[in-house]
Ligand binder design. Structure first.
Ligand code: PHB
Length: 399
């Protein structure tokens, strides 16, 4: 016969066991966002090798700077980074995107630089309703036929800087031009934007020339430009390829003879390496040096302090990707499961960017001013606004 005391003792042991089990179970239950235990998983899919490597690193650095300025958190939640080097290789885009979406289960995809890779990413982001923020790649399709409620861009569509540069060239009354670029979406779409504005202003394109990405054997094209003798040349190159092209153009004796123009990527983040060969080049872009606004001055000082380098357009786009994410997360108090509400807040965002405040179009592409810039020393100095509040036509977007 057990005494009451013994039975009570046994009951207390059982109760303690049940309590311990209950506590352990709560530990594995998903916590509510207000408990803010989980980190937001940000997946960077960017080029960390190849001709666009410096662009990818700059974007990631500036994104992290914006997060650091918010105390290392967005909407009160800590950020955890996952990283994949996409190598600017469109063939590897599905596999690389799935590393972040399926394996790491990121909350947001941030990427990328190369238009062809970004198209592959966007297809998976659409299928899986994963939030995607594009901090560079201009593929017109992303805010055109592939547009989606969950896909946003803080950079540009390829058409935009092409059009703005073509407008500057038409306003200079050039009658003829030759174009040269890498043969893939970015180059072809920027040339299309350029042609639209240049031809509208009465200009004629004598020849469109291309070479495969990321080749830098420019010599035969420079020889052809010299023999065609156009009034001006329009190109798209960026990163390491842009450095080499500007140097080769000067070495071929064309600098000072046939004016060289391009979308601003030709001289952004490259001036240190291009030196004297870049002086005087006129481009158009949604960012410039010497804007001298309080927001831009503060951003430039903070970036320089953090990374001991001057920021460029890629830094601005990466910084604004984090700003846009913050706006979305704050609207849902960090609860990423409230997707519709988050996307709605992001679509309506007014972003206080170092480039100047911008909004997003219905297709989620920036509606922004394009600056005329001219290289002076190590700066792409703004010489004024070439096209105000330029919106991409968003052909094929059904939102
Ligand atoms: C692109 O592939 O969309 C691209 C790459 C580099 C740039 C601009 C656009 O600087």
């Amino acid at each position: 016969m057990k005494t009451e005391k013994e039975n009570g003792g046994k009951r207390r042991v059982i109760m303690r066991g049940l309590l311990a089990t209950a506590v352990a179970m709560v530990g594995v239950l998903p916590l509510t966002p207000s408990q803010a235990a989980d980190k937001i998983k940000v997946g960077f899919m960017l080029p960390y090798t190849g001709t666009y490597a410096s662009l990818g690193n700059t974007i990631a650095n500036a994104f992290k700077l914006a997060v650091a300025e918010s105390g290392g958190k967005l909407a009160g939640r800590e950020i955890e980074y996952y990283t994949v080097d996409d190598e600017s290789d469109p063939a590897k885009a599905p596999e690389n995107t799935n590393k972040l979406v399926k394996r790491d289960r990121v909350d947001v995809l941030v990427g990328t630089v190369h238009s062809g890779v970004a198209i592959g990413m966007a297809k998976i982001a659409r299928e899986t309703n994963t939030l995607m923020i594009v901090p560079n790649a201009g593929a017109d399709e992303i805010t055109g036929p592939l547009c989606a409620p969950n896909i946003f861009r803080t950079s540009f569509s390829n058409w935009q800087p092409g059009y703005a540069t073509g407008k500057i060239m038409a306003d200079k009354k050039y009658k003829t031009a030759v174009t040269l670029t890498w043969k893939y979406a970015a180059g072809q779409q920027m040339v299309d934007g350029f042609k639209e504005a240049f031809q509208k202003g009465g200009g004629k394109v004598l020849k469109e020339m291309t070479l495969p990405f990321p080749n830098v054997e420019f010599q035969p094209f420079l020889t052809e430009i010299a023999s065609l003798k156009p009034d001006a040349v329009f190109v798209f190159f960026a990163g390491g390829g842009a450095v080499k092209f500007v140097k080769d153009y000067a070495a071929a004796g064309l600098k000072g003879k046939i004016p060289l123009y391009g979308t601003g990527f030709l001289t952004d983040g490259t001036l240190e390496a291009q030196g004297a060969d870049a002086q005087g080049i006129i481009t158009a872009l949604h960012y410039a040096d010497g804007l001298n606004t309080p927001k831009d001055n503060a951003f430039r000082a903070a970036y320089k302090k953090a990374y001991n380098a001057e920021p460029d357009v890629y830094a601005v786009q990466g910084y604004d990707a984090a700003q846009l994410l913050r706006i979305g997360l704050e609207a849902v108090k960090g609860d990423v499961s409230k997707k519709e509400q988050m996307y709605k807040a992001m679509g309506a965002a007014k972003i206080d960017s170092p480039r100047g405040t911008f909004t997003l179009s219905k297709a989620h592409n920036p509606v922004q001013d394009f600056y005329a810039r001219q290289v002076n020393g190590k700066e792409n100095k703004s010489t004024g606004i070439a096209v105000k509040a330029l919106a991409d036509p968003a052909h094929g977007c059904k939102l």
